[in-house]
Write a protein that binds this ligand. Structure first.
Ligand code: UDP
Length: 451
């Protein structure tokens, strides 16, 4: 019998590619063939960021399609890039399926696509191929999406997704809360972009309903209330294979591994790790405010400043003053950092992957959310799991050096919070360990693929 062959299609962004790559590596180990589809730009970035000798390429068939955008500049324009994801990529994916299934090579038996590109699932349905959706965000975020009709019916939002008044939504007592002005489609871009994102979410949910599996990078231990509200969500996470398989797959930028040696030289539980994912950009005054806070808190820190960001000037003399205890890198091996015993806390933008990587290792989080689902994730950390603190902006929207310094100080001295974070790590490991629910769900999915 021919082996199962899955075409994996991520949304073309860093926080979406990494967890699907993790899942792909697990599936490959089960003898399943994986064809992983990236846009040309992301494909090139992943290949050139892979450390030499990494066996990833021999295990997963990495292929690329055009996203129809010529230049990196064009890709940065929001309307242009989402237009490409919606118009150009579907055509190319369909052509690729036809090409593979029309050739002598192993036929695609399943499409595993990011839930935020429902069109890939629609194409699979049209072609009579089995399909599974994967959500790289929280189950709570999915439940919010599934609740859109109820929100419209109850007059919380209008049919374009615009909130009718400001209020806080909390769907169950142990669910995170989010203000209507921070709903994922409300806190991005201008009104037109917001409407488009909202319509797309509604459409994606329809596509998702037609799949056999709705996998989520989460677990019962993390989100029991959300998962019980929508039993169609099948948690299989957290997918953090770095320690099991030795890979840090799917990075768009080469990881600066030298910071691991630097971490080895620091005392246990002493280092503040600071990273804001792949999207977040600071204004120069906000960047400088963070510099002053890191300088004044007088503790070792490891800070990821992406090359574009590093064009913002550091305060005069900052680099010389912190050189003894501060390390700045362009892109870090984040998963390896968060399991390192020297790391004490993580100042994070609250992307779901970063949150999973932190709480799975018992590292308290200092939350600095910017947009999308990050506010909801912050609520999980601060209100539900109680394993971190939130940074609050002042009346001008600035997170001041005083606020950062004071919250760092609180995290370091709050023994109860640190102990909750450690206990939570143990609890999460139950789900992914042998016999755990995430583990069993993953096994069922693999059996279905092979069946
Ligand atoms: N990451 C990394 N090195 C860095 C910063 C981030 O490897 O210096 C990884 C991080 O481990 C996570 C992903 O990039 O897996 C970022 O995803 P997340 O959902 O946290 O944020 P996004 O980039 O989507 O906003």
């Amino acid at each position: 019998m021919a082996r199962p062959h899955i075409m994996v299609v991520p949304y073309p962004a860093q926080g979406h590619v990494i967890p699907l790559m993790e899942l792909s590596l697990i599936l490959v180990k089960q003898g399943i063939k994986i064809t992983f589809v990236n846009t040309k730009e992301n494909h090139d970035r992943i290949k050139s960021a892979l450390p030499s000798g990494d066996g990833l390429l021999s295990q997963i068939c990495l292929v690329w399609i055009s996203d129809g955008l010529e230049s990196s500049e064009e890709k940065k324009r929001p309307g242009k890039s989402s237009g490409a994801v919606l118009k150009v990529m579907p055509e190319k994916v369909e052509e690729l399926i036809e090409c593979i299934n029309g050739s002598e090579s192993e036929k695609i038996t399943c499409v595993l696509a990011d839930q935020s590109i429902g069109w890939a699932l629609d194409i699979a349905e049209k072609k009579g191929i089995r399909r599974a959706a994967f959500c790289p965000a929280s189950a709570a975020q999915l439940v919010l999406g599934l609740s859109i009709p109820k929100f419209i019916h109850n007059g919380i939002i209008d049919k374009d997704g615009t909130p009718l008044e400001k209020q806080v939504i909390q769907l169950a007592p142990t669910m995170p809360s989010v203000s209507t002005e921070k709903l994922v489609w409300v806190c991005v871009g201008n009104k037109t972009t917001q409407r488009h994102i909202f319509q797309l979410m509604v459409k994606n949910i329809e596509s998702m309903k037609k799949t056999e599996w709705l996998l989520c990078n989460s677990s019962h231990e993390l989100e029991s209330a959300a998962i019980s509200m929508a039993p169609e969500i099948i948690p299989i996470g957290p997918l953090l294979s770095c320690d099991q398989l030795g890979h840090s797959a799917g990075n768009f930028w080469p990881q600066d591994l030298s910071c691991l040696k630097w971490l080895d030289q620091q005392s246990p539980n002493s280092v503040i790790y600071v990273a804001f994912g792949s999207f977040t950009k600071f204004s120069p005054p906000q960047f400088q405010e963070l510099c002053f806070a890191l300088e004044l808190c007088n503790r070792p820190f490891l800070w990821v400043v992406q090359p574009e960001e590093s064009k913002i000037a550091y305060p005069e003399g900052f680099v010389e003053r912190v050189v003894e205890r501060g390390r700045v890198v362009g892109w870090s091996p984040q998963k390896k950092i968060l399991i390192h015993p020297s790391v004490a806390c993580f100042i994070s933008h609250c992307g779901w992957n970063s949150i999973l990587e932190s709480v799975s290792n018992g590292i308290p989080v200092l939350c600095w959310p910017y947009f999308a689902d990050q506010f909801l994730n912050k609520s999980y950390v601060c209100d539900v799991w109680k394993v971190g603190l939130g940074l609050e902006p002042n009346e001008s929207g600035m997170i001041t050096q005083g606020e950062i310094q004071s919250k760092i100080h609180q995290i370091f001295k709050d023994e109860q919070l640190k102990s909750r974070a450690r206990d939570f790590k143990e609890k999460i490991q139950i789900g992914t360990g042998q016999g755990g629910l995430s583990n069993k769900n993953l096994d069922s999915f693999i059996s279905w693929i092979k069946g």
